[in-house]
Design a protein around this ligand. Sequence first.
Ligand code: AMP
Length: 192
Amino acid sequence: MEINTNKIGQGMTNDLEQTLKQSIRTINDYPKPGIQFRDISTLFGDARAFRRSVDELVHPYAGAGIDQVAGIEARGFILGGAMAHQLSAGFVPIRKKGKLPHETVRIAYSLEYGVDEMEMHKDAVSEGEKIVLVDDLIATGGTAEAAVKLLQQMGANVVAACFVIDLPALGGRKKIENLGVPVRTLIEYEGD
Ligand code: AMP
């Protein structure tokens, strides 16, 4: 089955965009000067916006035989748990290093300053399993790129990576597409 991860139709986009953007709070100069932090906790607190986000994120994958949704700590857990429930799929947590109790596989990735590591349980995915990856926002794409690589190293078939928010100026989408993984996002903000 071909999965269409293209952006949603224009009329729908406007309505959805309005609902989602109205529910997201922007905090200037957090966590440091010059950053506009897109605070999605207010979207999670808005029942309609939360529900619509999850509905739109899962829409292309309903009936596609997704085995598991993988969520990136921490906001990806909230979206991913709801998506997994809706898709009758399992859930895989991808966490910052040192948080998972069993044997893990780990990958280093670049942050704006320095590097960090993320990990998942070694037995969390099986060869060939169809996985949808989710996080709240894609900026430079470094975080999601590392998560895709980790899943692919374990033999997973990463069917798509999806995000509520895209910051297209930072070019993250291309990084993920270069790994052969289609990207689905619901709204965009200009700038970084
Ligand atoms: P990146 O690796 O650059 O794509 O950054 C994505 C990760 O950092 C996601 O987990 C986001 O939640 C977080 N992030 C990056 N930039 C922002 C921003 N402007 N507002 C909120 N979260 C952000």
